[in-house]
Design a protein around this ligand. Structure first.
Ligand SMILES: Nc1nc2c(ncn2[C@@H]2O[C@H](COP(=O)(O)OP(=O)(O)OP(=O)(O)O)[C@@H](O)[C@H]2O)c(=O)[nH]1
Length: 718
C-alpha cells in the first residue's frame, strides 16, 4: 500500500515478424539443405559422368587406333610380300606390274603400287599401264628414308597426281642381292579409314578425325572434303604431345566448341580424336538442373501454400485471445474462445486462470484497502502520532496527529528522515530497527522536534514489520509532556520543601553527602547551622496556621538573603532550618558571622498584611570534618548546640563541643528527646497535582552519646 511506482525504462522494441514469415523461413530452411544436396549430387554425377565418358571414349579410341594400326601393318605386310617378289629379283618390271595389280585388287587393301629407284624415279605405277609415261617426282623424303634406314615408312596424306584424291602410302625397301634396289609403296585411299569411323555410328553432331603423326587430317566425319589434308587444331596436337590419350576442350576447324577426346598410336604415331559438342555433353546436366529447379519451385510453392494455411490458423488462434486478454486487464469477464492450436489453448487457459487470480487479488486488495481505510481512520483519530519509517529512516506514512504535533503538512513530513524529528534517533534508530526485525521492542523515550524548533518528550512504542517492499517500523509516539511535568513535580516535591521552596531534608542530605565525602578525603571544610525558631508555636496559636506559614516563607527568604551563592539553605521541617556553609578553609569564623547575621535578620519584625510578627532564631553550629564527617552526626551535633543556645536564653547561637554530648541524655526526658531528636521526614506527594499532601516521619529517641541512625526505606511510624 505504500509502494512507490517506479518508472521502468522502455526496452528497445524487438523486430517483429508475422507467423507466416516464420513459417516461410521454416519452409526455406527445410528446402534449402535438400536443394543444396541435390545440386551437389547433380554436379557430382555430372563430373563422374564426364570422367566415365572420358574413360569410355579413350577406350574406344584406343580400339580404333589399334584397327588403324593393324590396317597399316597389314598393308605394310602386303608391301613386304610384294618386295620379295621374284619378278623384282629378275628385274622383270612388267611382270611385277601385273603381279602388283593383282595383289592390290585381290586384297582390296590399297589403291595402287609404286616402285621407285634410289633417285625417286617411278619405275612402276599400277594406276597407269605398264610402259605408259609415269608421273615424275614426289615422295623424295620417303624414298630417301627407305634407302637410308632400310625401314618401312608411312607417308603423310597427299593427293596423288593420277588418282586425284587423298591417299597415304606405306613404303618398304626392296632388297636385291642384299642391297636396297627399290622403294615399294602401296597407296591407301583415305576412304579406307572412313569405314573405321563410320562403323562406330557416332552421333551426327560429333566430329571424328584420324590424323597422321604430323597432325595432317587423313579422315574426318564432317566436311572431309574441306578439311582432309589440313592440320588438326593446334590445341589438340599439343595435348597429344603431352599425353597419348585424354580430353581437351577446343573449337573445331569449323568453329564448334567441343570436348575432344583423343588417342595416339605408339606404333604409327597416328591419332584419332572425337569431338563432342560441349552443349551435347552439358545437356543432361542442364536438363537435370532444370528438372531440379522445377521440382524445388514446386516444393516451395506447396510449402508456401501450406505455410499460408497454417499461419492463418495460428494467427486466428492467437488473435482470438486478444480480446480476452484486453478484457482481463480491464477486469471485465470475457469468455475465452475455443482455439485449434494446443499452445494457444494453453494460453487461453492461462488467461482464464489469470482472470480468476485477478478477481481473487482484487478481493484481497479491496479488503486491504478497507483495512487501510480503517487504519487511517483510527490512526487519524488517535491522540498519538503514528509514523511508518523505512530502514533508512525515511518517513513513509504520517497520520494527521503527526502533522498537527510536528507542524508539517503530510507531504513535507514524507520528505523527512526520522532523525529530522526524533532528536536522538541517530544514536538508536539503526539498532532498534535491527532488534525489531528479531522481535518485540520495549517502549522507549525520546524527544521530538517541531517544525518551529521546539521539542516535546514522547514515549515510542515501535514494531518492525515486513511489507512487500521491505521492512518498515510502525512507531506510535505518545506525547508525554504532562507525564514528564508530573514526574518533575514529583521529583521537585521529593527534594524541595513545598511551603518555602527551599531544599528539604533529602536534598540537604544529598548536598552534604558530596561535601562530607570530599572532607573525608581531606578536601575542604565547612559548617552546618541548625536554626530553630523560638516560640513559634504561639505565633500559630495567636495568628493562625496560615499566618504561621507566611512567617515561615518570609524566614526562608531572609535566610537565603543571609547566605552566598554556594551556601545551601534548607528546611528540615516545622520551624527547623539548616544552612550549610562549604569551603570555609580560609575563614572558619564565617559560620558564626553568618549565625549572627541570621539572628539579626530573623529578629527583625515580619510584616504580614497588617500584622507585625516578632520572632527570633536559636542556632547551633557544627563543623566538618572537625566534629564529624557523618551527616546524621553532624546534624545531631548542630542540634545539640542549638539546644544549648535555647538553653542559654534563645535568640543566640552556640558552637558544638564534645561536652554537649555528655550533657544531653535521657535525663532530659523522653518528651524532650523525642521533640529534639532529628526527624526523618518524607513528603507524601499527589502524583496528579505534584503537591505534597502529607508528610511521613520517623521519630527516634536519642540515646546518651549515641549517634543517630539512618531511617529504614519505608518507615512505618508517624
Ligand atoms: N504554621 C505552621 N506551623 C508549623 C508548621 N510545622 C510545624 N509548625 C508548628 O511549629 C511549632 C513548633 O513549635 P516548637 O518548636 O515545638 O515550639 P516553640 O513554640 O517554637 O518553642 P521553642 O522551640 O521551644 O522555642 C508547632 O506548634 C508546630 O505545630 C508549618 O508548616 N506551618
Amino acid at each position: 500500500m505504500f509502494e512507490a511506482i517506479k518508472s521502468v525504462p522502455a526496452a528497445a522494441p524487438l523486430p517483429r515478424r508475422s507467423v507466416r514469415t516464420f513459417l516461410i523461413w521454416l519452409v526455406l530452411a527445410c528446402l534449402l539443405p535438400g536443394v543444396i544436396g541435390a545440386t551437389v549430387l547433380v554436379v557430382y554425377q555430372y563430373q563422374e559422368g564426364r570422367a566415365q565418358q572420358e574413360k569410355d571414349m579413350v577406350r574406344t579410341l584406343r580400339a580404333l587406333v589399334q584397327r588403324v594400326d593393324s590396317h597399316l601393318l597389314h598393308v605394310q605386310a602386303v608391301a613386304q610380300t610384294l618386295s620379295t617378289s621374284e619378278t623384282l629379283k629378275r628385274n622383270d618390271l612388267a611382270r611385277f606390274h601385273e603381279r602388283a595389280r593383282e595383289v592390290v585388287n585381290v586384297a582390296g587393301l590399297g589403291t595402287h603400287v609404286i616402285l621407285r629407284d634410289v633417285a625417286g624415279r617411278q619405275l612402276v605405277n599400277t594406276t597407269v599401264e605398264f610402259g605408259a609415261p609415269l608421273p615424275e617426282g614426289g615422295a623424295e623424303d620417303q624414298v630417301r628414308d627407305i634407302f637410308t634406314t632400310g625401314k618401312p615408312t608411312v607417308s603423310d596424306v597427299y593427293v596423288g597426281p593420277v588418282l586425284k584424291r587423298p591417299v597415304v602410302t606405306v613404303s618398304v625397301p626392296v632388297r636385291v642381292g642384299g642391297e636396297i634396289a627399290y622403294a615399294l609403296s602401296v597407296g591407301i585411299a583415305s576412304e579406307t579409314f572412313t569405314t573405321i569411323l563410320t562403323a562406330q555410328r557416332l552421333p551426327e553432331d560429333w566430329v571424328a578425325v584420324i590424323f597422321d603423326g604430323l597432325g595432317t587430317i587423313v579422315v574426318r566425319t564432317a566436311e572431309k572434303e574441306r578439311f582432309v589434308g589440313s592440320k588438326v587444331v593446334d590445341q589438340l596436337f599439343q595435348a597429344m604431345q603431352k599425353s597419348p590419350d585424354g580430353a581437351v576442350e577446343l573449337t573445331t576447324l569449323e568453329g564448334i566448341e567441343v570436348v575432344s577426346f583423343y588417342c595416339r598410336s605408339r606404333v604409327t604415331n597416328w591419332g584419332i580424336a572425337v569431338g563432342i559438342p560441349r552443349q551435347a555433353i552439358q545437356r543432361p546436366f542442364v536438363q537435370t538442373l532444370a528438372l531440379l529447379t522445377v521440382g524445388v519451385a514446386a516444393l516451395f510453392g506447396i510449402g508456401l501454400a501450406l505455410a499460408r494455411v497454417m499461419a492463418a490458423r495460428i494467427a486466428h488462434s492467437v488473435q482470438a485471445l486478444t480480446a480476452p486478454a484486453i478484457a482481463l486487464g480491464s477486469g471485465a469477464p470475457t469468455a475465452v474462445p475455443q482455439v485449434h492450436i494446443k499452445e494457444a489453448a494453453e494460453v487461453a487457459a492461462a488467461i482464464e486462470r489469470a482472470g480468476e487470480l485477478l478477481k481473487e487479488r482484487a478481493r484481497t486488495l479491496h479488503a486491504q484497502q478497507e483495512e487501510l481505510r480503517k487504519f487511517k481512520f483510527f490512526s487519524d483519530h488517535s491522540t498519538d502520532v503514528h509514523l511508518l519509517v523505512d530502514e533508512a529512516g525515511g518517513l513513509r506514512y504520517a497520520n494527521k496527529r503527526a502533522c498537527e504535533r510536528l507542524g508539517y503538512d503530510e507531504a513535507q513530513l514524507l520528505e523527512l528522515n526520522i532523525a529530522d524529528i526524533a532528536i536522538h534517533a541517530n544514536a538508536y534508530f539503526a539498532e532498534i530497527f535491527a532488534r525489531g526485525k528479531q522481535g518485540a521492542i520495549a517502549p522507549f523515550e525520546d524527544a521530538q522536534r517541531r517544525r518551529d524548533g521546539s521539542t516535546f518528550p514522547v514515549e515510542i512504542t515501535a514494531t518492525v514489520l515486513e511489507f512487500d517492499d521491505g521492512w518498515l517500523m510502525l512507531a506510535t509516539c505518545r506525547d508525554i509532556t504532562e507525564r514528564k511535568l508530573a514526574e518533575q513535580r514529583v521529583c521537585e516535591a521529593a527534594l524541595l520543601d513545598s511551603l518555602t521552596g527551599l531544599p528539604n531534608r533529602a536534598l540537604v542530605a544529598n548536598y552534604c553527602a558530596h561535601l562530607l565525602a570530599a572532607a573525608r578525603r581531606g578536601h575542604g571544610q565547612g559548617a552546618l547551622l541548625f536554626i530553630d525558631l523560638d516560640r513559634f508555636k504561639p505565633v500559630n496559636d495567636r495568628y493562625g496556621h496560615e499566618i504561621g506559614d507566611r512567617v515561615l516563607q518570609e524566614v526562608s527568604k531572609r535566610l537565603v538573603a543571609c547566605t552566598r551563592q554556594e551556601d545551601l539553605v534548607g528546611r528540615l521541617g516545622g520551624d527547623e532550618f539548616v544552612i550549610v556553609l562549604p569551603y570555609l578553609d580560609a575563614d572558619t569564623r564565617r559560620a558564626e558571622v553568618v549565625a549572627r547575621h541570621v539572628i539579626d535578620e530573623i529578629t527583625r519584625p515580619f510584616r504580614i498584611d497588617a500584622l507585625e510578627v516578632g520572632i527570633s532564631p536559636s542556632i547551633g553550629i557544627s563543623y566538618f570534618p572537625e566534629h564529624t564527617t557523618e551527616l546524621d552526626a553532624l546534624i545531631h551535633a548542630a542540634d545539640l548546640a542549638m539546644y544549648q543556645a535555647k538553653q542559654s536564653g534563645r535568640a543566640n547561637y552556640h558552637v558544638y563541643t564534645r561536652e554537649l554530648d555528655e550533657r544531653s541524655g535521657l535525663a532530659t526526658g523522653d518528651q524532650t528527646r523525642l521533640k529534639r531528636g532529628p526527624l526523618d521526614e518524607r513528603p507524601v506527594v499527589d502524583a496528579q497535582g505534584g503537591k505534597a499532601i502529607a508528610f511521613e516521619a520517623l521519630a527516634r529517641l536519642r540515646e546518651q552519646r549515641a549517634r543517630a541512625t539512618r531511617p529504614p526505606e519505608h518507615p512505618s511510624g508517624d
